[in-house]
Design a binder for this molecule. Structure first.
Ligand SMILES: Nc1ncnc2c1ncn2[C@@H]1O[C@H](COP(=O)(O)OP(=O)(O)OP(=O)(O)O)[C@@H](O)[C@H]1O
Ligand SMILES: [Mg+2]
Length: 299
């Protein structure tokens, strides 16, 4: 749960819900590492008595060409963090840099262009366009960028479609696809232009374990072979173990940070976080301290 405010916060702006798109020209752009940096990021929903601090001072650097998983309890602020890092929503205070670009300094038009050219996003609720077929949804980023599908795009599209098991679903509309198939279409759309960063909010949440493993392996391959930067929210320790790093979020703050995670280490870290949350537990804080590089905040 987000924490309630004890003083009147600033009003918030809830902007975008349109899918990001990308421009193939921008793929070549080089920007200094890290890929994404957040500094003292805060997001408050509502104001006064009912205000919720969804993010309460998050500072984080996500490295280029890395696969990062973000984990934490429901309501801990994971989606809010992802949306702010991707420039899909504005922070109450603090800054986000995508490469060398300060997102918080951009106006709405510049932010729209940045999202289209440099960010891929897989939404927790897919956000596919109902009137378009699966293939049209996947290629929408190129369409919106005014780019023509060339042979290279076609080959990459073929690989995405084959790997994600969508070959025989391409002419179907989202309403004719299962939740898992819609999820895979959304993943293909986010990866099509190989943007600076792909953000994915629970990309395997609607998949059975086998399709989930295929999608995760594919994301892993994109990171390893293409240098793609991926940031993924997940509840699943097994899914998180595909990442290079796991960042734990609790009550809108960073509560732990593991590199080279295994499912077992992730589970231990999650259990420690849970027991640290429980006021009756005396072993919680001790447990949390074993997190590699943990920066557990006093509550
Ligand atoms: N638009 C909104 N208006 C008011 N409160 C919001 C809004 N969006 C999120 N919140 C609150 O902010 C907090 C963080 O929400 P967020 O969606 O980031 O959590 P989450 O970690 O992604 O949870 P889940 O795992 O359930 O998806 C929650 O307390 C939530 O109720
Ligand atoms: Mg969420």
């Amino acid at each position: 749960m987000g924490r309630r405010a004890d003083e009147a916060p600033l009003p918030t702006v809830d902007t975008m819900t349109t899918p990001p798109t990308s421009n193939p020209v921008a793929i070549q752009a080089t920007t200094p590492s890290p890929a994404v940096t957040a500094s003292d990021l805060r997001k408050t929903y509502g104001r006064g008595e009912t205000a919720v601090h969804a993010l309460d001072g998050v500072s984080l650097a996500l490295h280029r060409g890395h696969f990062t998983a973000i984990m934490g309890a429901s309501g801990s602020g994971k989606s809010t963090l992802l949306h702010l890092l991707a420039g899909l929503d504005s922070a109450t205070s603090g800054t986000v840099h995508l490469g060398g670009t300060d997102l918080t300094a951009l106006d709405d038009d510049a932010l729209t262009v940045l999202r289209r050219e440099r960010v891929g996003f897989v939404f927790q609720a897919f956000n596919l366009l109902p009137m378009l077929t699966a293939e049209q949804n996947i290629t929408l980023p190129l369409e919106l960028a005014g780019a023509r599908m060339n042979a290279e795009h076609r080959a990459w599209l073929d690989r995405l479609v084959a790997t994600l098991g969508l070959r025989d679903r391409l002419t179907h509309r989202p309403s004719e696809l299962s939740g898992g198939q819609q999820q895979r279409v959304a993943i293909a759309r986010a990866l099509l232009t190989q943007p600076d960063v792909v953000f994915a909010d629970e990309p395997t949440g609607n998949l059975d374990s086998r399709s989930g493993a295929e999608v995760l392996s594919f994301l892993r391959t994109c990171v390893r072979e293409l240098g793609q930067t991926v940031v993924m929210v997940t509840h699943d320790a097994q899914a998180a173990s595909y990442a290079d790093r796991v960042v734990l979020v609790a009550d809108g703050r960073i509560a732990g940070d593991l590199s080279d995670p295994t499912p077992e280490r992730v589970q231990v870290a999650l259990d420690a976080l849970r027991s640290a949350d429980s006021p009756r537990s005396s072993g919680g804080l001790r447990g949390a301290e074993i997190l590699h590089g943990a920066s557990l905040e006093a509550r």
